[in-house]
Design a protein around this ligand. Structure first.
Ligand code: 7TS
Length: 406
């Protein structure tokens, strides 16, 4: 029977019979032939600059751009007009921080972030807090790596104006309680910015059901090309926000001394778009939808449970965050006693197993956990039980290779 892995050319067995065991999906995912073909088809037969031509080819490109918007918007449960194309999650979060944050924050206001945030949802807020006089505060996980309602009650105050959280931390891999966050934030009039970079490929995300105010994602983490991402924002907020970048296509009319802007979402889409990437993102979403969330989630949960079970049998492996598969999506971070994560990743690489080692762009969380860095295995819909066995075999050999005994 054809398996998802067969759709991914980079994962096919090589001439020596070996294949890549790719477990760095939190960093970026591999691309199926369906996505590669869709991008090629666009460039071979539909490429022109959207919104700028009246000839037929330009209309095809405009349709490709707007149809892709519709696919992404539907995927997130949003109307098209609330879906802005960006380069990636980082650009989407910078857009919110610069446009919303700079316009509406003032001295005394509080921006509340989870200490597990990726730097993309942290550094922009540091900058904006500095220029507006707002204060940055942090939420911390409990000893199981979970964000609790009690912690939310302690930290959300009438001064809280923005709550920024990763739906799933790229290190802890655990889902945060979005409904609890949104209810408490909205009760004090704060907006919620949800970073969905690590969630969209592993579980359904419905921004309307969650009632978040902004949500950001990257295409490349869900089997689409790099260089395309999206920001969802509630229309009433987007409409009162100033543009982020200025340039072609985001204007209604430009005069020597003043400009009026296009409607949302185009007000936030300055310059020529990455239509090939957007087409690839739409194809990736269709690919995921064809497989279906039930299949994807069941498969990934089984892999995570298998990996956690195997790691529990290695007494020198320390997993970060609750060591159960429940509420865990895509990611397991860990360390091996007395071995630097870079050594672990290099030793595994000898067996063609790719994992990430480092601070994972989450240095405040590393400081909080009292570690400099860690290893991370992260999973996708094409990973198999054999991939997890290869990972565990590799981990079982690391200390021996380092001359530390087993
Ligand atoms: N937010 C989270 C939670 C992330 O995991 C990442 C990327 C980003 C934002 C930024 O995404 P980008 O597409 O704009 O770069 N995380 C990782 C990672 O864990 N390893 O490499 C990139």
């Amino acid at each position: 029977m054809r398996k998802p892995i067969d759709d991914f050319p980079i994962l096919a067995p090589q001439a020596d019979g070996r294949r890549l065991i790719y477990l760095d999906n939190g960093a970026t995912t591999q691309k199926p032939a369906q996505v590669l073909d869709a991008v090629e088809r666009y460039y071979r037969s539909e490429n022109a600059n959207p919104h700028r031509g009246v000839y037929q080819l330009a209309m095809l490109a405009t349709d490709a751009h707007e149809n892709a918007r519709h696919t992404v918007a539907q995927f997130l449960g949003a109307p098209d007009e609330e879906l802005i194309f960006t380069q990636n999650t980082s650009e989407a979060l910078n857009l919110v921080a610069y446009s919303y944050g700079r316009a509406f924050l003032k001295p005394g206001d509080e921006v509340l972030l989870y200490v597990a945030e990726h730097h993309s949802n942290l550094v922009p807020w540091q900058w904006v807090a500095k220029t507006t006089g707002a204060t940055l505060k942090y939420l911390y996980p409990d000893e199981n790596g979970r964000l609790t309602p009690e912690e939310l009650d302690r930290k959300i105050t009438p001064n809280t104006k923005i709550v920024g959280v990763a739906h799933v931390s790229n290190v802890l891999g655990l889902e945060v309680p979005v409904a609890e966050i949104v209810r408490r934030a909205h009760a004090v009039g704060a907006v919620v910015v949800l970073d969905c970079a690590q969630s969209v490929a592993h579980m359904p995300v419905d921004v309307k059901a969650l009632d978040v105010d902004f949500a950001a994602m990257s295409g490349h983490k869900i089997y689409a090309p790099m260089g395309v991402g999206a920001l969802y924002g509630k229309k009433e907020l987007l409409e009162k926000m100033p543009p982020f970048l200025a340039g072609g296509d985001m204007i209604a009319a430009v005069h020597e001394q003043r400009t009026t802007y296009a409607e949302v979402p185009w007000k936030f889409e300055a310059g020529t778009r990455n239509v090939g990437g957007e087409v690839g993102l739409a194809a990736a979403i269709e690919y995921v939808q064809q497989l279906g969330w039930d299949t994807i989630m069941r498969q990934e949960e089984a892999l995570i449970a298998q990996a956690l079970d195997g790691m529990a049998k290695l007494p020198y492996v320390r997993v970060y965050g609750a060591a159960s598969a429940a509420g865990r999506h895509g990611v397991i971070s860990f360390n091996i006693e007395d071995v630097h994560p870079h050594d672990v990743a290099t030793i595994l690489d000898n067996d063609n197993v790719c994992i990430r080692a480092g601070h994972h762009c989450a240095q405040p969380l590393m400081e909080y956990l009292g570690i400099g860095s860690c290893c991370r295995a992260s999973f996708a819909l094409y990973n198999t039980a054999e991939d997890v066995e290869a990972l565990l075999r590799g981990l079982g050999r690391v200390r021996e290779v380092m001359g530390l005994g087993s």
